[in-house]
Structures are given as structure tokens and as C-alpha cells.
Design a protein around this ligand. Structure first.
Ligand code: 16G
Length: 241
């Protein structure tokens, strides 16, 4: 029930309640939520409070609104483990989904100071800048930009990056990928991301910066990506030592 005497805001209690129903499967993907009025009557709360709770759930990607129809339970977010250094193609395969790419650009540019520093190469030396939309079962999930030294990763082409980059590096170039450091921050989409990821204005994204090295410690890639926060969440197991 909703506790009106609790210091926890009512909209938040309702939001958590609906979220719980979704997570426990009482409300399933595609189910229509009761109307604002029904929630308001049922819990004897204002429609504005209901609207606030539902708007939060819409923003967080749990439900979506269909004009003139109602609010529906969205598909479950992709849960991405943070342990294990994997590629997008491998991640999707492990889930039984099909990965595909939409190439936005593939160019060779002189390394900027930041890119040069990240890849441990001289400023202005040639780097590949590859920008791709990564799709899962045809749905855009992330906009990803990779920077790789053109001297280190030879033979990279538009055709190669239409499929897996890691597969090419490991199985064609026989270089062993070793480890990566990743930073995750929250943000909202800019105009370009909004269009390419096919989301609404101000939709939330997770900005990820990954620096990957080969097994021998040579820096391999600097990657900047924007993942749709309505479709993705990250999970990590922790041990207390
Ligand atoms: C993932 C990686 C990216 C890597 C790519 C290779 C993140 C968060 N993830 O998207 O660094 O370049 O996989 O994928 O940056 P591919 O082998 O499928 O082309």
C-alpha cells in the first residue's frame, strides 16, 4: 500500500511499487498499465502524483506512452556484466540476439593530443576514427566511436568494421586483447545521438569511455560510446575482502 505518513514521497512509493510489479513479472512486457485515474482512485492520491511516478518510469525506460492509447510495459533492459572484456558482437550473441552495425564514418585522421596520449603514439600520427551505431536485433543500442593507431592495426577497412572489430584483431591480426579500463557517466542525448539512436529529445544515455590494451600492454583502442539508458543497465558482482 501507499503510506501517506511516510517521509518517502508518494510518487516515489508508487514508482517503486510499479517497478516491483514489473520486475516480479506481475506486469509483463506489452501489458497496459491502469490509467492515471484508476491509480489515483485506487490509492486515494492525486493524478498529478501518479503522473509524476509514471513520468519517472518512462524516463527510466520501464514503460512507454502510446499517444491516445495508454502506458505500456517496455521490454526488459539489457543487463551487461562489467566483469569480462567482451565485444558488442559477443555480448549480443551470448544473449541470443543478433548484432549489426550502421557505419556512420570510417576515416584516417591525425591523432589529437588526447587520442595520442591514450594510444601512446605521437601527436598527428595516423589513427582510424570509426563511428558506428551498434544494433541489437535491429534496434539501435549505442553510438560508438573507436580510435585505433593505423600503424598498429593494419588493414582495417569499412568492410571489416561492418562486423566485429575484436574478431579481426584477434583472428586476422593474431593480436591478443588483454585488458581495459572503463569509465561510465550519465548524460542526455545531443541532437546527433537523438537522431541516430532514434530516441526522444533529452533521453538519458550512459557515456562510456574504454581504453583497451593488448596482452603485452600496448594501447589498442580508445572508445567513446553513448548507450541508451532506457535499454541498458550494467551489473557488477562485488566481494568484500
Ligand atoms: C564493445 C566495446 C568497444 C569495442 C567493441 C568491439 C565499449 C563499452 N565496448 O562495444 O570498446 O570496440 O565492443 O565490438 O566500449 P565488435 O568486436 O563487435 O566490433
Amino acid at each position: 500500500m501507499i503510506n501517506k505518513n511516510s517521509p518517502i514521497p508518494i510518487y516515489y512509493q508508487l514508482e517503486e511499487k510499479i517497478k516491483g510489479q514489473i520486475e516480479q513479472g506481475e506486469l509483463q512486457t506489452g501489458d497496459m498499465l491502469p490509467s492515471e485515474r484508476e491509480y489515483a482512485d485506487h490509492y486515494a492520491i492525486s493524478r498529478m502524483t501518479v503522473r509524476q511516478a509514471i513520468s519517472k518510469l518512462v524516463n527510466d525506460g520501464y514503460v512507454y506512452r502510446k499517444k491516445g492509447t495508454g502506458t505500456f510495459v517496455a521490454e526488459k533492459k539489457i543487463e551487461q556484466p562489467l566483469q569480462g572484456l567482451t565485444s558488442f558482437t559477443e555480448d549480443m550473441k551470448a544473449r541470443g540476439m543478433t548484432a549489426s552495425n550502421r557505419l556512420i564514418h570510417f576515416k584516417t585522421i591525425p591523432a589529437s593530443t588526447y587520442v595520442a596520449h591514450s594510444l601512446n603514439i605521437p601527436v598527428d600520427s595516423p589513427v582510424y576514427e570509426i563511428q558506428r551505431i551498434r544494433l541489437a536485433d535491429g534496434v539501435p543500442m549505442a553510438l560508438e566511436t573507436n580510435f585505433l593507431s593505423a600503424t598498429l592495426v593494419q588493414g582495417l577497412s569499412e568492410e571489416v568494421v561492418q562486423s566485429s572489430l575484436y574478431d579481426f584483431i584477434e583472428n586476422k591480426l593474431n593480436k591478443k586483447i588483454g585488458h581495459a579500463t572503463q569509465i561510465i557517466e550519465s548524460s542526455i542525448v545531443n541532437e546527433t545521438e537523438m537522431e541516430l539512436l532514434e530516441v526522444k529529445k533529452d533521453s538519458p544515455v550512459l557515456l562510456i569511455e574504454r581504453k583497451t590494451s593488448l596482452e603485452d600492454g600496448t594501447p589498442l583502442e580508445l572508445v567513446k560510446s553513448s548507450y541508451r539508458a532506457d535499454r541498458y543497465r550494467f551489473i557488477i558482482n562485488m566481494e568484500r575482502n
